[in-house]
Design a protein around this ligand. Sequence first.
Ligand code: NI
Ligand code: MN
Length: 227
Amino acid sequence: MLNVTYYGHSCFLVETGGSKILFDPFISPNELAKEINLDGISCDYIFVSHGHPDHIADLEYLGKKLDCTIVSSFEICNWISDKGIKKVHSMNLGGEWDFNFGRVKMVYAAHSNSLPDGTYGGTASGFVFKNTETCFYYAGDTALTNDMNLIPLKFNLDLAFLPIGNNYTMSAEDAALATDFIKCKKIIGMHYDTFGFIKIDHQKALESFKAKGANLTLMGIGETANF
Ligand code: NI
Ligand code: MN
């Protein structure tokens, strides 16, 4: 069981293993998330999939304000460290680490990765989380990629967060195909509707997943649910 709150775009807060974990904070510039009070958010960790603005807009602010650890690529951790945030944990593809809430593996994401000032961000990534309560995959921004087939060799996923907005990432149709690769049929959609190129037809997206025997959840912004 996993407690999940959606803050819009690809930003979620999950609570597991006694820790609050925030993903890809992009809240204050998001028109669709203007009801969310950024200062009402607290977390123990911020996981960052890559350095594009729609994933890190509020990273520096929250990282400085909260006593939390930022987990991301070596390059992004160095970049944020240079801004004065010293609680970082850098990882690279294929690596696993036991945090106090459970184990995390950094996995490949087929996407580009640079910071807003042009700094190289390393490889874009996703993360697989595993503890006694749950096992889930946060894909970040990615195309449908064969590497997803590697995940179920080691992990029995209960849940996956997949991008479905098309144009910058895989479409809902491709994400539905990904459910066969990752052998997980319980999906939370992300990276859709936020701006013009990624506005999607919800009904069509839900049907694409249904056709693959999968269940897609499109959370409301500000909504909290258990999975
Ligand atoms: Ni991106
Ligand atoms: Mn993005």
